[in-house]
Design a binder for this molecule. Sequence first.
Ligand code: TPP
Ligand code: MG
Length: 411
Amino acid sequence: MRVWKDAEGNVLEAIPTFRLMDADGAAIDGMAEELIGEERALKMYKTMSLLPQLDQVCYSAQRQGRVSFWMTSYGEEAAIVGAAEALATDDEVFSQYREIGVLMHRGLGLDTCMNQVMGTTLDQGKGRQMPNHIGSRALHFHTVASPLATQIPHAAGAAYALKRTAGRENNVAACFFGEGAASEGDFHAGLNFASTLNCPVLWLARNNGFAISTASIDQYRGDGLAARGPGYGTLTIRVDGNDALAVLYAVSEAKRRSLEASRPVFLELMTYRVGHHSTSDDSGSYRPKSSVEEWTQTDNPIHRMRKYLISRGWWSDAEEADLVKTHRKDVLAAMNKAEKRHKPPLSVLFEDTWANPPPALQEQRADLKRLLEKYGEDYEPWKEALKKVDGGAKGIDYEPKDQELYGGGWP
Ligand SMILES: Cc1ncc(C[n+]2csc(CCOP(=O)(O)OP(=O)(O)O)c2C)c(N)n1
Ligand SMILES: [Mg+2]
């Protein structure tokens, strides 16, 4: 993007976009070489290639009724994994919902991932969150919340806490959000808090062109999101989000500057949402299929990275075929294993929020118990579903004695 149009339709010069490799994966100058060796490049590439396999399996499992919901990362693998690689594994991550790749890159096992997706007894969220709405205390990844942009002020607060906590002076908070979320009031509140309180936070704005069906052109009239950073006195850069090396470099440098001066840095990662918004969306109704094909072919972050690796002699077609096969096999095995596990007992639905549940909640629990007694044995869909729940209908009376039993407690 070299130009943009203002509200009057005047064509103006746009904030430039930082890249380190071209659309064919050829390094633009020597910077990439300084930054990345074989081991690091392969580590990134392996996580980037895992994501489409995870997406394919979860997406089709949703279509088969085995999984409740899924959101893919198709097309945004470089933005997600490039940033993950630049961060330390104990930097606090506040994510939207399309950044499960950060967790996979930090070593979240496929079993843990699938236990969350399927809401099993081993899910640390006790089966109460939708797929993609995952968290991990051990991996410093704050649980995803559906209400857009709520993570933005949280990240500013966490960054403020980090700089005041002995031993955490070298950590930042890294906050991902989409260009759609940036239309929320919380975006402005969060950015202003972070800049006035000098918080070491990295704003990682994924500009993927869409907020469900709303194209980004209908989200703002200025020069994208990067134009807003200086308005908050925040160091800002626009990055080619489909260039994994550029994202790695920019986020690494942003973190260095953020810690050096204890201040936020804003990064607009330009990318494209290749997939539908979620399993509840059909993007064919608001964008031509040809634009998806064009992006997949001409600016595919995984192809670009692969070409770069091949050009360095670090990767081969045989290794590629092997990797795809292994990823697919591992994802399917984890899903099949999680699918066999029970879900937590129904009583768990009502616990952990209130020490003394309010009357409305007590009533709902009593209602569910009454309905289970009346229909649980006879109504076929319930009968089937209850077979997969620990304790079946009786689970509504289950009193957890040992929090370790469901979800293993927070590590
Ligand atoms: C406060 C709020 N408003 C609306 C929604 C419904 N909603 C869920 S995702 C989404 C689009 C967000 O787009 P963007 O931030 O660009 O992220 P992307 O899905 O493109 O990754 C909307 C409108 C919501 N979850 N929360
Ligand atoms: Mg978007």
